[in-house]
Design a protein around this ligand. Structure first.
Ligand code: 48N
Length: 320
């Protein structure tokens, strides 16, 4: 029995695209080998003969743990550590990894889900606005957008973030350690009595959140000559490195994020993305807590271009 008709037209065959689809220009995906081509074929393929290849549970455990611990071993010495996989951190990782496939880049993200605040546009609305010239970054990623003149709109923020995330994770020289928090920074003294940042101190995020009710849950470490901190301006771990620089007396005080002013905020955040102390570059909204930039609210161009700039500032440090 053929399925009930959709939008008033009986489907001749559920594998045949509806000719009168309301989704104009809907890309009709070619049916590839993973999909049946006829109703008869559909029925046949799920019969008693269907079965997954056999496995022993320990094979699954070893497939995961061998890779994870090999990665921990390999990235214990990284060339760059990016703290925070929000829109700025991921844009930084993309810009750096695409330009320098020779650099080993570790991304540490406290959340189980990377992406930070970039899964929605603003007040839980879906669309994401980016002011020009950030559209160039979207073109580089291949993210489609509507051009509205001075700004562009991605139809769903998750389209930007998932595309960026998938490209970052596909780089062979990038490893994402999510559900992992940076709890401190590794430092070295400099000749003038200050500090150079030389890596990060990490722990499982769930462990970091229970230091007060458990004892002796010491952390792990990653050495790296450059750390890029993009931990945002709020959230349970927000503005992490800015706050740590104050508590280490390398910054006098937090700058204190100012009120919302899109025009001032986005220019300032991108222009001020820089190396704050030797070995530590800060970008994205975390910067508003370093020197009191305004917030920009639901527009994300500065996050993307602050990431591009953070990558360039890092290469300056690296090539210095
Ligand atoms: O998305 P965020 O919070 O930060 P950014 O700077 O990438 O993007 C900011 C942007 O989403 C806005 O806030 C927009 C533009 N609104 C502005 C406004 O005016 O309100 O991502 C930071 C990421 C998060 O995923 C955190 O989980 C993570 O950093 N994080 C950490 N990860 C590891 N260790 C830590 N200590 C840590 N702290 C935060």
């Amino acid at each position: 029995m053929s399925p009930p008709s959709v939008i008033g037209q009986p489907a001749a065959d559920i594998t045949t695209p509806l000719s009168k689809s309301p989704y104009k220009g809907a890309a009709v995906q070619p049916i590839d080998g993973s999909q049946a081509k006829t109703l008869a074929e559909m029925e046949a393929r799920w019969d008693d003969s269907f079965s997954f290849a056999p496995i022993r549970e320990s094979q699954v455990s070893r497939a995961m743990t061998r890779r994870y611990f090999a990665d921990l071993d390999e990235y214990a010495e990284s060339d760059v550590v990016i703290v925070g996989a929000g829109s700025c951190g991921l844009s930084t990782a993309y810009s750096l990894a695409s330009r320098r496939p020779d650099l080993k880049i570790a991304i540490i993200e406290a959340g189980v889900a990377p992406g930070g605040g970039a899964w929605l546009g603003g007040q839980l609305f879906s669309a994401m606005v980016m002011r020009k010239p950030a559209d160039a970054f979207l073109r580089e990623l291949g993210v489609p957008f509507d051009d509205e003149g001075a700004f562009v709109v991605v139809k769903h923020a998750a389209l930007f973030t998932s595309t960026l995330l998938s490209k970052v994770l596909a780089f062979p020289n990038v490893k994402l350690f999510n559900a992992t928090a940076v709890e401190d920074l590794i430092t070295r003294p400099t000749a003038d009595g200050k500090v150079r940042v030389a890596g990060v101190v990490t722990n499982w995020t769930l462990v970091s959140m229970h230091h007060d009710d458990q004892s002796c849950m010491d952390p792990n470490t990653i050495n790296a000559p450059v750390v890029i901190s993009t931990t945002g301006h709020d959230g349970p771990f927000g503005a992490f490195s800015a706050k740590r620089m104050v508590s280490m007396q390398q910054l006098k005080e937090l700058g204190g994020m100012r009120g919302l002013d899109m025009n001032r905020a986005e220019d300032a955040i991108v222009k001020r993305t820089r190396e704050i102390v030797p070995g530590l570059v800060i970008g994205g909204m975390e910067l508003s807590e370093v020197d009191g930039a305004n917030r920009m609210g639901p527009t994300f161009g500065a996050m993307a271009l602050s990431g591009v700039k953070a990558a360039e500032e890092t290469l300056k440090v690296w090539d210095a």
